[in-house]
Design a protein around this ligand. Structure first.
Ligand code: TRP
Length: 458
């Protein structure tokens, strides 16, 4: 252990790192968003494009972030700063993104906690599911109380540090999550009438693909792999100098993708089997699924299992977001971890309050650029800042830090053969930045105008 790592903490084992990083990646993005995005974007066609994005963009950016973190043994801001003073702002974008995402992520985590409670005391009737959900999220105090509980859980894990907190929690929650998901996926695909859903999920219908589908797939790849904001830089900074980064950058996206696909099998066949619509959007998990559970034998039991699994997924992701901010403060101001974690969690709790209230009468008319506070935070983080962070990172690695330096880090100065180097170099210097830039232009609403100039109609 060198001087830098000794007082910052380190993973106890590489498998611990893999589970923690996979825990960051596997989250609401996989279990809540992926099935509804597939449901709303033509099923199999979306899945295929998503897989391509994971391979060509996900792998490369994940490897890049891991290498930056491990090379510097610093969290995002410090890492960029150490490699090139002027680029520290990219790390800072990450800290801002962490704040924005965690504020609304924790509110959703609170909804999940409430659903677990609700299922434990009897469940939600199918006929009532829609009203129940809209009534609950619009109420003033209840969702805030659950958001507080979720934030406290994150805080307790993160203040225990890297090996003793995050790694330990991930080592328990990740395997448990996987087992629960397999049980539910098996239940779902063996229901009468599940075949329709399986077909929908697997059979690509490319006539449904638009540029919007590609955008959605790339955005989802970023979000699902926790890329573009320094989460993997931060986790990578606690890695020892001898681990094989290239291998890790294959395993983690593979786990993330496997869980997303399994979640698709857990959700979509059941939705079809009971005659519901797959394209319900965000409410798929909170309204459609409770109706599905209500129609199913032992639905309450499966409801409990399902929402516990979602809670584990959400928690392991939320702690990575919190850790980005906490590590930044620890590295920069040298404040002790416990104190830092409690202060940051408290601030985050308060930022989450307007996110929660934005769904109800108190703040639903407070709009920022036409978005309510909840949607604004998500738009700002996911659509604007994360792709920007990813884009700047590609440019930084490709043209500032340089591909030779990063290759040395990835190969541990020649200890491992960096097999995918030619692919990595082409991707990080040319393909990924161009693709991300296009997506970004689309996200900020400029792309349609550019298309118009070239006479392309969508
Ligand atoms: N990847 C998580 C999910 O799929 C969300 C998440 C956690 C995240 N940490 C992140 C997204 C960092 C972007 C950046 O739900």
């Amino acid at each position: 252990m060198d001087k830098n790592t000794s007082n910052r903490g380190q993973w106890a084992s590489n498998i611990g790192f893999i589970l923690a990083a996979a825990g960051s990646a596997v989250g609401l993005g996989n279990i809540w968003k992926f099935p509804y995005l597939a449901g709303a974007n033509g099923g199999g066609a979306f899945v295929v494009i998503y897989l391509v994005m994971i391979v060509i963009i996900g792998f490369v950016i994940m490897l890049g972030e891991m290498a930056i973190g491990r090379n510097t043994h610093l969290s995002s801001v410090g890492a960029y700063k150490k490699l090139s003073e002027k680029w520290a702002f990219v790390g800072f974008i990450g800290v801002v993104v962490g704040f924005c995402i965690l504020a609304f992520y924790s509110v959703i985590g609170g909804w999940v906690l409430n659903y677990i409670g609700k299922y434990l005391i009897g469940g939600i009737s199918g006929a009532e599911a829609g009203n129940y959900f809209s009534g609950f999220i619009a109420s003033t105090t209840q969702p805030i109380v659950w958001h507080l509980v979720f934030m406290v859980l994150c805080c307790v894990i993160v203040l225990k540090g890297i090996a003793g907190g995050i790694e330990k929690a991930s080592k328990f929650m990740m395997p448990a999550l996987f087992i629960l998901l397999v049980i539910i996926a098996i239940r779902s695909v063996t229901l009468d009438g599940a075949m329709e859903g399986i077909k929908f999920f697997l059979k690509p219908d490319f006539s449904k693909v638009t540029i919007g589908t590609v955008m959605a797939a790339l955005g989802q790849a970023f979000f699902s792999l926790s890329l573009g904001m320094g989460a993997i830089i931060t986790y990578g900074s606690y890695l020892g100098k001898t681990e094989n980064l290239e291998k890790n950058a294959i395993i983690i996206p593979a786990i993330d993708t496997a869980v997303a696909l399994l979640a698709g099998f857990a959700v979509l066949p059941a939705v079809f089997a009971f005659g519901f619509e797959p394209g319900a959007g965000p409410s798929l998990m909170f309204i459609t699924l409770p109706s599905v559970f209500d129609s199913m034998p032992f639905g309450q039991f499966f409801g409990i299992l399902f929402f516990i699994l979602v809670l584990f997924a959400a928690l392991t992701s939320a702690i990575s977001l919190l850790e980005v901010v906490v590590a930044f403060v620890i590295d920069t101001f040298k404040i002790e971890r416990k104190k830092t974690t409690i202060i940051i969690s408290t601030i985050l709790f308060f930022i989450g309050i307007p996110c929660s209230l934005a769904n109800g009468p108190v703040m639903k008319d407070v709009l920022i650029f036409g978005y309510n506070f909840f949607d604004f935070m998500s738009f700002l983080a996911e659509n604007l800042l994360m792709p920007l962070g990813g884009l700047l990172m590609c440019i930084f690695i490709g043209y500032v830090w340089g591909v030779d330096n990063i290759s040395d880090e990835i190969s541990c100065n020649g200890k491992y053969r960096f097999r995918s180097k030619p692919f990595f170099v082409i991707m990080i210097k040319y393909i990924a930045p161009v693709l991300i830039f296009i997506i970004w232009l689309n996200a900020i609403g400029v792309l349609p105008y550019i298309f118009k100039i070239f006479g392309i109609t969508l």
